[in-house]
Design a protein around this ligand. Structure first.
Ligand code: CUA
Length: 320
């Protein structure tokens, strides 16, 4: 499963929650279409039926205050609004989780990437794995400004507001890769806050979770060993954690990190929240020129030599 751009649409829902929203859209569209047709017909009828006859010089008799009509066009819109209100409440109750349910995973928006933390202790970034046909509650938070989390195939849009915790349902009816994006302008790299949701069978999901919970293997290949050394010696470790998922090891280093957890970077499909494919070549390009690829991002250009880049690529490649 690979990403091929943003493919999601709320009109082709792949979850019961997104279906409820799509149904609301279609129901409202039909209702509005009927009203549009009635109004157009009445206006058309009035234009032709009551137009000025030939040689008619005097204006028609002026009338006002037809009580039956007044009541009619007050009650009719009221009924329409009550119906739409009812439909909206129904869609909202099936697309939003109960407020007291603890999230199964929490997504924390950053300028410009998504941190993903599961209740199980898994920490990853920009790529969310879920088992199919299971409704999960996803908590939505932000570490800096307002962002908006949106995976149109699967769930409603939701703002990530500083100081607030929100939650949505996330469920997928079929296995697949579902793409999403940040939907609230949040600065220079707003366009590169892509989300990839990978829905897989419960067995595949469990295997993924186990792999993520395990500490990455210590590199053995020479270049990778050198890469790990320079990763630890340079400022990388101040922003990026490796091998601390699972909780316990994190106790020594509390507080959020500024950059994505890299414990299992090699298992992810993209770099820089979707800006590049996660291949050795692209990773090398990213390490060498992050500010050319994602200008304004907090990933600094460390002026790495080609040899250092090669070692780091070997190291990150070992973090499966
Ligand atoms: Cu984050 Cu736009």
């Amino acid at each position: 499963m690979t990403i091929t751009g943003i493919s999601g649409t709320p009109l082709d829902p792949r979850s019961p929650q997104a279906q409820a929203i799509a149904d609301l859209f279609v129901d409202t569209l039909i209702l509005c279409g009927i009203i549009f047709a009635i109004v157009t017909m009445l206006v058309g009828y009035a234009v032709f039926r009551f137009r000025a006859k030939k040689d008619e010089k005097t204006p028609p008799p002026q009338i006002e205050g037809n009580t039956r009509l007044e009541i009619g066009w007050t009650v009719a819109p009221l009924v329409v609004l009550v119906v739409i209100f009812g439909l909206t409440m129904r869609a909202a109750s099936s697309s939003d989780p109960p407020p007291d349910r603890e999230p199964d995973l929490t997504v924390i928006a950053h300028q410009w990437w998504w941190e993903v933390k599961y209740k199980s202790g898994v920490v990853t970034a920009n790529e969310i794995h879920i088992p199919t046909n299971k409704a999960l509650v996803v908590g939505i938070e932000t570490a800096d400004v307002i962002h908006d989390f949106w995976v149109p195939d699967l769930a409603r849009k939701i703002d990530a507001v500083p100081g607030r915790s929100s939650a949505i349902w996330m469920q997928a009816s079929a296995p697949g890769a579902y793409t999403g994006a940040c939907a609230e302008y949040c600065g220079a790299q707003h366009a590169w806050m892509r989300i990839l949701v990978i829905a897989e069978s419960p067995e595949e999901y469990a295997a993924w979770e186990q792999k993520m919970l395990a500490r990455p293997a210590t590199p053995t290949e020479e270049a990778a060993v050198r890469g790990e050394k320079s990763f630890q010696a340079m400022t990388c470790v101040r922003c990026h954690a490796v091998g601390q998922a699972g909780g316990a090891a994190n106790a020594a280093e509390p507080g959020p990190r500024a950059g994505p957890d890299l414990s299992h970077l090699a298992a992810r499909q993209t770099l820089g929240a979707g800006v590049a494919k996660n291949t050795p070549d692209e990773l090398a390009r990213w390490l060498k020129h992050p500010q050319e690829i994602k200008p304004g991002s907090h990933m600094p250009d460390l002026q790495l030599t080609d040899a250092q880049v090669k070692d780091l690529v070997a190291y990150f490649g070992s973090l499966k």
